[in-house]
Design a protein around this ligand. Structure first.
Ligand code: CO8
Length: 258
């Protein structure tokens, strides 16, 4: 991989988008690598949580690569949008939990890729925004859809129509960031959260991720039906028997399924 770095330790993968010269902007090659990387991660049993971040201390991802888009035709623009759609879908649908460690600017496609992750932890210098209308385009990597689902229609419209950049604290206030931490502590904070998630029943966590993601896109009755089905599926696991028996026997559970 030319534009990504992945390190795996203690069942945690840290994936770093590594194009510091353009503040980790996303060009087609990087989007394709993200797709391939998360396709690989989805099949790996040695990875239980992924932390996605950007290289350096200034930017998480400053958006799609404007130098690649500047001369693109409508057909090329659509192709780029579809590569991003596929890449972000792999992030959203992989069985592992994905935490975005937002270590600086998360603009345009950067804000959008963070929203394809399950949880966003922001460093205190992070800035979020959807500045596409400054460039004569609209958010094209899921921003009009995922931002409205995360922070509500009114706030999403204001952010997208004004192109305003907001601070990490403001992102926290409106529910875009789960927590704000000092930059120097960001990765450790994410690793601690990852460790806590890994200590739980991984298959149960994975089914809950699926239930929340799919459930939010269907009507309530269908979502509740899906949840009941996945709940039933969890009863087939070792962890369900072990977790419940351990509780009744007043001993720590040894959770192992994935
Ligand atoms: N693309 C390409 N290069 C970039 C980008 C980007 N998104 N962002 C920064 N860079 C480059 C700069 O050109 C500069 O390069 P160089 O050193 O060669 O001049 C370098 O990174 C450093 O940037 P700055 O000098 O501008 O640094 P500042 O500290 O002055 O400013 C900012 C930092 C505020 C982040 C500023 O760089 C900026 O505004 N960047 C652009 C942010 C933006 O508009 N992002 C949205 C892009 S559009 C998008 O994401 C759409 C997604 C959907 C696309 C759908 C397609 C189908």
């Amino acid at each position: 991989m030319e534009n990504l770095v992945m390190e795996v330790e203690n069942e945690i993968a840290v994936v770093t988008i590594n194009r510091p010269k353009s503040l980790n902007s996303l060009n087609s090659a990087t989007l394709q690598e993200i797709y391939e990387c998360f396709t690989d991660i989805a099949s790996r049993k040695d990875i239980k949580v992924v932390i996605l971040t950007g290289s350096g201390q200034k930017a998480f991802v400053a958006g799609a690569d404007i130098s690649e888009m500047v001369n693109a035709t409508p057909a090329e623009g659509k192709t780029m949008g579809m590569v991003a759609y596929k890449a972000f879908k792999q992030i959203e649908e992989c069985p592992q939990v994905v935490i975005a460690a937002v270590n600086g600017y998360a603009l345009g496609g950067g804000c959008e890729i963070s929203m394809a992750c399950d949880i966003r932890i922001a460093s205190d210098n992070a800035k979020f925004g959807q500045p596409e209308v400054n460039l004569g385009i609209l958010p094209g990597f899921g921003g009009t859809q995922r931002l409205a689902r995360l922070v509500g229609k009114g706030r999403a419209k204001e952010l997208i129509f004004t192109a305003d950049m907001i601070s990490a604290e403001e992102a926290y206030r409106i529910g875009l960031a789960n927590h704000v931490v000092p930059q120097a502590e960001l990765i450790d904070y994410c690793k601690e959260m990852a460790k806590k998630i890994i200590s739980k029943a991984s298959y149960g966590v994975s089914l809950a991720k699926q239930s929340i993601n799919v459930g939010l896109d269907v009507d309530l009755a269908s979502g509740l039906q899906l949840e009941a089905n996945l709940f039933g599926l969890a009863f087939s696991t070792h962890d369900k028997k072990e977790g419940m028996n351990a509780f009744l026997e007043k001993r720590p559970a040894e959770l192992t399924d994935f």
